[in-house]
Design a protein around this ligand. Sequence first.
Ligand code: ATP
Ligand code: LTN
Length: 348
Amino acid sequence: MRRVGLGNYPLGVATVLSGIQPTAAPHLGNYLGALRWWVEFQDAHDAYYCVVDLHALTVAGDPAELTRATTTMATLLLAAGLDPGRCTLFVQSHVPEHAELAWLLECTASMGELARMTQFKDKAARGGEGSARVGLFAYPVLMAADILLYDANLVPVGDDQRQHLELTRVLAQRWNTRYGQTFTVPEAAIAPPGKGARIMDLQDPRRKMSKTAGSPAGTVFLLDDPKTVEHKLKRAVTDTDPPGPGAVRWDPEHKPGVSNLVELLAALTGRQPEEVASSYQSYGRLKSDTAQAVIATLEPVQKRYRELSEDPGVVRSVLATGAERAREVASRTLARARQAIGLLPRQG
Ligand code: ATP
Ligand code: LTN
């Protein structure tokens, strides 16, 4: 049986859903941990991808910037290889069923289980837990709604989303036990170690590369020009081990900076990290080769992005069709959920 990508599902059998926040332009971590798998999965399965603008409201941001970033993100997703003929691409808030199912699921989740979410703890700690938005606390439940509305079997995400996926599974199972079979219980599709599931910040390799929490110099954005990419990689933090055999190795625990560069180069060229590491003795050459591999990957994406940006009507129409297709599926699932939980059907 032919199997594709990360999942254990035969071709064409699974439904895939994933989302990305329009908090800023996406970076290499988003690309290697999630987006390139989205592109791969659209050929193998029935795929739904959304720009999760409601999730972006969980942290402070400027309204005009959110509008702009939502369009930029959708354009970049198309530029990175999503094809509206092979997947459904939409904006989360265009499908109001997401917010409605999130409420029903909030009445299924407990305060205790949400308080354990490490992403909430990290993000809340930055601004003080007392002033963190209620939406930030409830965020994983909205994510569960995103997934369950489409009966998704597979959810391609980076390693940081493992805990949220586990919560989604728990909520789906609890609901099904309490109210009868309603939702498909999904599985996370996370890249194996060394394949880009958790790309680290180039300036602080103990923290993941992030749109909002990373350092600008340590985050390579998909729209960075070649000079910026070279500069960021040249300045990447490594360590003080002298050059020579064994200095370059894939050992994320003891050599996080060097291992991150090795993993980047391996993921970009489809090689194993150990094999990449063994072909280098100096950090300088590893950095310059990694920079070239990044530039080669980004160049076609940027070119396509510039072309698509010339006619914003194309992206708007892709999103309109996507929302319509998504709503058809989402409204059926929501109707099932409303009935299961006992809400009086609307007449007419
Ligand atoms: P923010 O900083 O706004 O929280 P983010 O950079 O973590 O954003 P998201 O929009 O939350 O990005 O995530 C989109 C996808 O990219 C998710 O599947 C997430 O797991 C993945 N992802 C995010 N950061 C990384 C990373 N450093 N390495 C690999 N995958 C990542
Ligand atoms: N929580 C995710 C973004 C996200 C998502 C989703 C991912 C929102 N809804 C549904 C997969 C499926 C994040 O922060 N990276």
